[in-house]
Design a binder for this molecule. Structure first.
Ligand SMILES: [Fe+2]
Length: 385
């Protein structure tokens, strides 16, 4: 211990195949009387929400459903969810879905007890009061948002993704049932799984990493790297799905405390302006950022290479660190994740503006293992073209 640090996470985590069946008990444990389910239309179509509603109906718990969450949700969606919550007098928010539904659920719960507008809370520790009781159920092995004090929403006026960071965003309970991730198509499994893997890589190499977050990040990298190919190749492989969900949870716990670094910083401007899905934007930026960052912490990048199964015997630490990049490159190719920004219409002429955008993401750049300036940012985007 060389400095004062702290660690926080979700206080109750229930997980395992079939754990969804215990949902009613979790709601009763929190003494809630009316539930607002927050989700997206895709999960309604997939029949997942019907299963949740059956469990609530059987237990005699009144509920209503808000299913209008969109990908990269605009923060105005929160106002619609909040109006329904008030009309129904719900006292517990149940967020179920990918990162978008979960983040809207988290923000709706705090806006129920704090005066608006939502925009007033973008930033760090600006939310005065705890929100309504919240249970979060992720259906992708990705964001880890069920254990982070962060919500990311899109501001369509500024073309920016903005974050609310507050301990009040941590839910009362996270419920992780890998059976809910079985139906995810390979491309979504790949993109969300890469996002989770990047959370672990970035938490591990963050300047704010601690022995606790390292423990979580190392285990997360092992689980995610060694199961993502199987989960993409055979979506109904329950063991691989289970390990992916566990990996994304541990990665979430790690980065919620150690922070993410430049990969996420570079992903935000392109995600908002060119509508590149978060996991894909991260995967594209991972290789050029990792190559740049190696010098900032050769020892840890060399360890990552070993976790990723690279043979580092007899090579220098510099070469071993480079092998981590090679392992990631091979993985992205195997998973057929797009690897170039140009695929999404990003051109050379966009780079100066994007690089200026990334320099504003100071919250994340402060964690980066290597100091990064405007010219570096342009060079890194150029390598991602
Ligand atoms: Fe992420």
């Amino acid at each position: 211990m060389d400095r004062i640090t702290s660690f926080q996470t979700t206080r109750r985590i229930v997980m395992g195949p079939g754990s969804l069946k215990g949902l009613a008990d979790e709601i009763k444990r929190l003494n809630a009387s009316r539930v607002l389910i927050i989700t997206d239309p895709g999960l309604v179509r997939a029949g997942v929400i019907e299963r949740v509603e059956e469990i609530l109906a059987k237990a005699g718990i009144p509920y209503s459903r808000f299913d209008k969450v969109e990908p990269d949700p605009r923060f105005e969606i929160v106002d619609d969810a909040l109006a329904q919550l008030r009309a129904e007098s719900a006292d517990l928010v149940l967020g179920i879905g990918g990162g978008s539904s979960i983040d809207i659920a988290k923000v709706t719960a705090i806006m129920a007890t704090n005066a608006g507008p939502v925009g007033a809370y973008f930033g760090i520790d600006l939310v005065p009061k705890a929100g309504l009781k919240t249970i979060l159920i992720p259906t992708t092995a990705g964001t880890g948002s069920e254990v982070t004090p962060i919500a990311i929403l899109s501001d369509h006026h500024d073309k920016l993704k903005k974050g609310i960071v507050s301990p009040h965003l941590l839910p009362d309970c996270a419920l992780l049932d890998p059976e809910l991730t079985i139906g995810l198509p390979p491309q979504v499994t790949a993109a969300t799984g890469m996002d989770a893997l990047i959370h672990a890589i970035e938490a591990y190499t963050s300047k704010n990493a601690t022995s606790v977050t390292d423990l979580l990040a190392v285990q997360a990298m092992d689980l995610l790297f060694n199961n993502i190919r199987i989960a993409c190749a055979n979506g109904s492989h329950l063991e691989a799905r289970s390990k992916m969900l566990e990996g994304s949870l541990l990665a979430g716990m790690a980065f919620a405390n150690a922070g993410v670094t430049a990969v996420h910083a570079f992903a935000y401007p392109i995600g908002a302006e060119f509508h590149i899905p978060h996991g894909i934007a991260n995967t594209i930026m991972l290789l050029p950022v990792m190559e740049f960052n190696l010098l900032g912490n050769l020892k840890k990048f060399a360890n990552i290479a070993r976790i990723f199964g690279q043979n580092t015997t007899g090579v220098t630490e510099r070469k071993a660190a480079q092998l981590a990049v090679e392992a990631v490159r091979e993985l992205a190719e195997d998973l057929s994740v797009p690897q170039h920004l140009s695929t999404y219409g990003v051109k050379e002429e966009h780079i100066p503006g994007l690089a200026e955008g990334v320099m504003k993401v100071t919250r994340l750049l402060a964690n980066n293992p290597r100091v990064l300036g405007l010219e570096d940012a342009e060079m890194i985007y150029r390598r991602g073209l």
